[in-house]
Design a protein around this ligand. Structure first.
Ligand code: GLU
Ligand code: ZN
Length: 284
């Protein structure tokens, strides 16, 4: 299988050093393996994605010396593909509509019998208020979020594992029980967008034949969700390479809003692509 990797930015802000590191590392790895490097624009959140940021992504990546295959997959053009997967999960009774807002969830969680509030990577663990198995021929409501019913899904999942080649390299084993406790019933389709980062990323990685996912260590935890979705949807699990995060001088993770570290800013200040490579610790 040809080594195939991708860089999958969300055009919701300028590319910063952390993105540049991720993209260049993936590109370097593909080159070293004689493999393929793809670019994917993750713009399902139309309330936050901006065409100007997308244009700047192409411009910054080309300036850094990267080349990628075309056409570039834009997730906003692929919504019917995600919908098909939602329909499949719906017909299998594995997802259910949830109409709780943030306040409802907080209220349910702070009820005395619930004990300590558990927080996962996507926020507080959903207490399962709306969890039920809907009738498959009922139409999918478009005014609700759709959550994965972990109670239903749990018995279908065994030997959950993936290969990690980045930080904490090795075989990562985990159980569906752990997931239920640390993640709960995750949202697979947000009310306002009909899909979610987790669902779309898994479907696109499979459809694009990604063999190696290279991305920041901040997404290592989400990988367990991705492996579960791959199992439920009958998709292969790629190898994952989670890399160290590029931090600012105060040791803080670089946020996209942090325009001071935007690649565009370094370019305007006269930095070369080689300077950027040196700054993130990649060989010249
Ligand atoms: N679109 C995600 C981000 O910008 C990255 C997705 C991924 O690499 O899995 O953070
Ligand atoms: Zn609910």
């Amino acid at each position: 299988m040809t080594f195939t990797t991708r860089f999958a930015p969300s055009p919701t802000g300028p590319l910063h050093l952390g993105h540049a590191y991720s993209a260049m590392l993936a590109h370097d790895m593909a080159q070293a393996q004689g493999g393929r490097f793809l670019l994917r624009i993750e713009d399902i959140d139309t309330s936050r994605a901006r065409p100007a940021f997308e244009a700047q992504i192409y411009d910054d990546l080309a300036w850094l010396g990267l080349t990628w295959e075309t056409p570039v997959l834009r997730q906003s053009d692929n919504m019917s593909f995600y919908r098909q997967a939602i329909e499949k999960l719906w017909k299998s009774g594995l997802i259910y509509p949830c109409t709780c807002n943030r306040r409802d969830i907080q209220a349910a969680l702070s009820a005395p019998q619930e004990g300590a509030i558990l927080t996962g990577p996507d926020g507080p663990i959903y207490p399962g208020t709306c969890r039920h198995v809907p009738t498959p021929d009922m139409p999918i409501p478009d005014t609700a979020a759709l959550r994965l019913n972990m109670v239903r899904v749990r018995p279908m999942l065994d030997d959950l594992r993936y290969t990690e080649t980045g930080t904490d390299a090795g075989m990562i084993d985990f159980s569906a029980e752990d997931l239920t406790q640390t993640l709960g019933d995750i949202v697979l389709a947000r009310r306002d967008m009909g899909t979610s980062y987790h669902l779309s990323v898994v479907l696109d990685d499979a459809a694009q034949g990604i063999t190696h996912v290279v991305r920041g260590a901040d997404l290592a935890e989400a990988t367990r969700i991705h492996v579960v979705l791959q199992r439920l949807l009958g998709l292969p699990t790629p190898v994952y390479h989670h890399h160290r995060l590029i931090r600012d001088d105060a040791g803080k993770r670089l946020a996209k809003r942090d325009d001071a570290r935007a690649i565009a800013k370094y370019r305007a200040d006269g930095a070369t692509p080689g300077d950027i490579r040196a700054m993130v610790g990649l060989p010249g």
